[in-house]
Ligand binder design. Structure first.
Ligand code: UFG
Length: 327
């Protein structure tokens, strides 16, 4: 049974929530992170090894020094705009880095992986309605393409080497741990909810709302916001699933509900009691009008269900963190 978990990217936003959950449930954790976007202060549980997944020798040393039962792989560059400007860096880190990690796992006989993928693999949805895992994949930026390439590598690795893997396609990760000790801290911050809450605190530039002429109920984009603790719980179920299942398995992770940018702002106004003023800005390149997950497969196969069903509860936990961030 699984005891030792390696969390690559465990100093980042989602990895930190995973780390806390596993540590509190009694698992032995090792975080491997190069701290390029993660925070050393967030790694308050288990072992920490500073290193880069492109460094095969560092990975080999880690696998020799510590028995690992399963790898959870959160390390990636994840900014869509940056990936368009600098695709080599994205393919290098996200694809070559992951293949390097997989080779080191194979050499160390570690055959279970939970991989963070993204709704960006779908590109622009071909029809309205919920996106299921069988929706065609057609990424429109290098970030999404890099994640889809790794998905393909995992399928091939399962056939060739018997690697067991779960691919989790996140929609919009948001919120923070309800105890307020860990949360989201990106620089620069491009995501909607933290930017809305920054403006609620009166910090920095005014909020920009990108686009007001999308074919949606109020002209702004619809997204599916899923709480980061719910994401961590899904990884936990995925890890358990790998104990008894071979092959590669892919699941969407969202709340299954869509909210427009204006609806997020309205909810944040209620929660914070602040006016949260915004300016209208042109559409942001590459933003599809609506992305909402069909999450039935994760519910049925992984026996997972999002606990934070209401976007308000997601914003509330984020607000608590952003008023008193620890890093
Ligand atoms: N938005 C604004 N103002 C902001 C920030 C965002 O109006 O300051 C809008 C965006 O245009 C978009 C929505 O709010 O319509 C959500 O934007 P985010 O940047 O929070 O999230 P995205 O949906 O663009 O991106 C997320 C993940 C990506 C992933 C993508 C898949 O963060 O990693 O979903 O489509 F690639």
């Amino acid at each position: 049974s699984i005891v030792n978990v390696l969390i690559c990217g465990g100093a980042g936003y989602i990895g930190t929530h995973m780390l806390k959950m596993l540590a509190l449930r009694g698992y032995e954790t090792t975080v491997f992170d190069n701290l390029s976007t993660g925070h050393r202060a967030a790694v308050r549980w288990g072992r920490f090894v500073e290193g880069n997944i492109l460094d095969r020798e560092a990975l080999d040393r880690l696998f020799v020094s510590q028995h690992i039962d399963v790898v959870m792989h959160f390390c990636a560059l994840s900014q869509v705009g940056e990936s368009v400007r600098d695709p080599y860096t994205y393919y290098q880190n996200n694809v070559t880095g992951t293949v390097t990690l997989l080779e080191a796992m194979r050499a160390a006989d570690v055959n279970k992986l939970v991989f963070s993928s993204t709704a960006a693999v779908y590109g622009v949805p071909v029809n309205e309605g919920l996106l299921s895992e069988s929706h065609p994949t057609n990424p429109i930026n290098p970030y999404g393409a890099s994640k889809l390439m790794v998905e393909r590598v995992l399928e091939d690795a399962s056939r060739a080497y018997g690697l067991r893997s779960v691919i989790l396609r996140y929609f919009n990760a948001a919120g923070a741990d309800s105890e307020g000790d860990i949360g989201e801290s990106h620089l620069p911050e491009t995501h909607l909810i933290p930017n809305v809450l920054r403006v609620a605190q009166g910090i920095g530039e005014p909020l920009k709302v990108f686009g007001n002429d999308y074919v949606t109920r109020d002209g702004t984009c619809i997204r599916d916001y899923v709480h980061v603790t719910d994401l961590a719980q899904a990884h936990f179920q995925a890890m358990r699933f790998l104990e008894s299942n071979e092959g590669t398995h892919c699941f969407n992770l969202g709340s299954g509900k869509g909210h427009t940018v204006m609806e997020v702002i309205a909810a944040a106004r209620e929660i914070t009691g602040q006016p949260i003023e915004f300016v209208r800005a042109p559409r942001r390149a590459g933003d599809p009008p609506a992305l909402v997950a069909d999450i039935r497969r994760a519910i049925e196969v992984l026996d997972w269900r999002p606990e934070f069903e209401d976007v308000r509860s997601i914003i509330e936990t984020a607000w608590r963190w952003h008023r008193a961030p620890h890093y």
